[in-house]
Write a protein that binds this ligand. Structure first.
Ligand SMILES: [Zn+2]
Length: 656
């Protein structure tokens, strides 16, 4: 973390001024002690024995090379010689700057610790800096949790939950007719989601903090920031999956309705400072499966698994990885290779994984390790998948993947495989990714149905926990998306709504008692017969971008630039949200809902709505659920999971 003084020094240095004294301008793990001299708040905490990298950026005086670096913890020298990196550093550092790393450090001793670095330069000068970190104690002797199931609604704030309940079960005289599955979880907490560098996080640190107990910068997962340009050499923090696999043989399953290279799935097993580096991210899933315990990986993202040059492939050397020798050796992982021509699906099957390209193959797959890739990039959302199954929509055909599973079906399959192959327990992370993506798109019907899809998967997980004692299930979000709000309901029928244009569309928003109780009919498949009911629920957005709105559902989702064939028919005819999207001009994309002529001006300039800093709810059920309550930080969740699995829980209630 660069202190104010360090920034000034860097600025001076970049002006080529010779420095009276060298400077340590970054000390990792991050601390307020290093940054501002304050011992509190403690920024970095670890579980006993959890591995993490120590690192320092040294900007020497007078361009005199750094010749030696020593890390001490609580005054005791850290074993092993730190490696010095002087090439591939970011621009703006002083001449002869160096990054000193000590990989995969850990300590079992609970409590506060003081980290010190001392660097010696060729001219005899020394520079030093001090930081701190904590090791959280684990209370032994409780009843241990064997399986941890983390259900993530990406972007799912309290509003997203409420809207799903209004649509799925409805209210009568103020009472919900029936609860969501996640409503039935006995323990609830409120989670603070800020990242290392902002009150508004993105999904990388938003997820990673839950499973490694530390803050990370936006767009970075499983790592602390550094001063090199490489996206895969950053100082690492061991994930829950790696920590438990190494210490007790726990297995890992990762499910998402997004592309599996995406931030949330990756932030459970992959370490990178660039959430966009897809080739390297998916290669690490297999290359480091022996470290993470990964045996189930399902979602979209086939484009990263196809050799470069294959139609639809996105593999490239520029997004691939090769690890520095010290990191590979320190963490005991393969160094990797720049191999865009790699056939990753073939490599998975050669490593004993079954491969499923669609729901039918997933259902038919045996009980062993399972890779499922159900789309080139993000999977289609529930509204479009269900529309495809009902024969009322062609969206899944347009994308070329008509047989995609629902998240609850993927969860059921994953639990079968994990239960059969995890004698020492497992961690399953299942993500409903497009609550976020469709909230970004301000497409209410699509994110509400994806929240319903998540709740069906939550029910599958809850049922599993009820029949497999020692299973803990938590449902939460990495952050809130779009500042969504249920602003009321339509005062008119759908037929009348269709005739409304311009300011009339503002007037149909029924406020307070005029909202009443919107009522949706749910089909046997668990989803509404139509989302365009009379007097439908209406949604507004606090973090919105410009959009046209007619309050009615759209047959086609907003186009997705992640899809490799997004620019070709039929996808090239899919709508954009507003004219800031360059493809409106370049491809003549239509603007969604423009015909209604009701433009709602955004509070921010952009193509989509954005994340907010709002706390998010967390629900917990099963053994260890009682550990979750109150207002907590996202990093606290990790330590409560470690306590539940390695220390156990003392029964608070009979069924705990
Ligand atoms: Zn998002």
């Amino acid at each position: 973390m660069l202190t104010a003084l360090a920034l000034a020094v860097t600025a001076a240095l970049s002006a080529g001024d010779a420095l009276a004294a060298g400077q340590v301008t970054r000390l990792t793990p991050p601390s307020e002690l290093f940054r501002s001299g304050q011992a509190q708040p403690v920024i970095a905490s670890f579980a006993p024995g959890q591995r993490f990298d120590l690192q320092a950026t040294i900007q020497p005086s007078d361009g005199s090379p750094v010749t030696a670096v020593k890390f001490t913890v609580d005054g005791v020298p850290v074993r092993g010689q730190p490696t010095l990196t002087t090439t591939g550093l970011v621009s703006g550092l002083a001449p002869a700057s160096a990054v000193a790393s000590r990989r995969a450090y850990s300590t079992l001793r609970p409590g506060m610790h003081t980290l010190k670095v001392v660097a010696t330069q060729a001219n005899g000068d020394t520079v030093s800096a001090t930081g701190n970190f904590r090791v959280e104690p684990i209370l032994p002797g409780g009843r241990k949790v064997k399986n941890v199931i983390i259900m993530v609604g990406d972007g799912m704030g309290a509003t997203h939950r409420t809207a799903a309940r209004v649509m799925l079960s409805g209210y009568t005289q103020g009472k919900a007719r029936s609860p969501l599955a996640m409503d039935t979880f006995p323990n609830t907490a409120l989670v603070k989601t800020a990242s290392l560098n902002s009150i508004v996080t993105d999904s990388s640190p938003g997820m990673a903090s839950y499973v490694n107990g530390n803050k990370q910068a936006n767009n970075q997962e499983g790592v602390f920031p550094d001063d090199t340009t490489d996206a895969f050499d950053n100082p690492r923090v061991e994930y829950l999956s790696e920590y438990l696999h190494r210490t007790q043989g726990t297995q890992l399953g990762i499910l998402t309705t997004a592309d599996v290279f995406d931030a949330t799935p990756a932030a459970n097993a992959v370490h990178t400072s660039n959430r966009g580096a897809g080739t390297g991210i998916v290669d690490q899933y297999l290359d480091q499966a022996d470290q993470s315990g990964l045996i189930v990986l399902m979602g979209g993202g086939r484009k990263w698994f196809l050799p470069a040059g294959t139609p639809g492939s996105a593999r490239s050397a520029s997004s691939d990885y090769v690890l520095p020798a010290d990191l590979a050796a320190g963490w005991g992982v393969p160094a990797g290779a720049k191999d865009p021509d790699r056939d990753l699906i073939a490599d998975f099957t050669a490593a004993g994984w079954a491969y499923a390209a669609n729901k039918t193959e997933m259902d038919g797959a045996g009980g062993g390790k399972l890779l499922g890739l159900f789309s080139y990039s993000n999977m289609n959302v529930a509204l479009d998948k269900i529309g495809g199954r009902r024969g009322t929509s062609t969206v899944v055909q347009d994308v070329g993947f008509p047989d995609q599973p629902m998240l609850d079906e993927m969860t059921a399959k994953a639990l079968k495989v994990l239960d059969a192959n995890s004698p020492h327990g497992f961690i399953l992370m299942a993500e409903a990714a497009s609550i976020d993506k469709q909230a970004h798109n301000m497409d209410a019907e699509r994110w509400i149905l994806d929240t319903i899809e998540l709740d069906r998967a939550v029910k599958v997980a809850q049922d599993f926990a009820n029949t497999h004692p020692g299973t803990l299930v938590i449902v939460t979000a990495d952050h809130e998306c779009a500042g969504a709000a249920i602003i009321g309901a339509s005062t008119v029928t759908d037929a009348v709504l269709q005739s409304k244009t311009g300011p009339e569309l503002q007037q149909v928003v029924g406020q307070y008692e005029a909202a009443g109780f919107p009522r949706y009919t749910i089909e046997a498949d668990g989803y509404p017969a139509t989302t365009d009911v009379d007097h439908k629920m209406l949604i507004g957005y606090g973090a919105n971008a410009d959009r046209y709105e007619d309050w009615r559902s759209n047959a086609r989702p907003v186009h997705d630039t992640q899809q490799p064939f997004d620019g070709q028919a039929p996808l090239s005819g899919y709508p954009a949200i507003n004219a800031i999207d360059g493809q409106v001009a370049s491809l003549g994309r239509p603007l969604r809902d423009q015909a209604g002529g009701y433009l709602i001006t955004g509070q921010l300039r952009g193509i989509t709505a954005v994340h907010t800093a709002t706390d998010v709810p967390l629900s917990a059920d099963g053994r260890g659920a009682s550990l979750f309550g109150g207002v907590i930080d996202n990093t606290d969740v990790f330590f409560r999971l470690v306590q539940a699995v390695t220390g156990g829980v003392r029964p608070m209630r009979d069924d705990d």
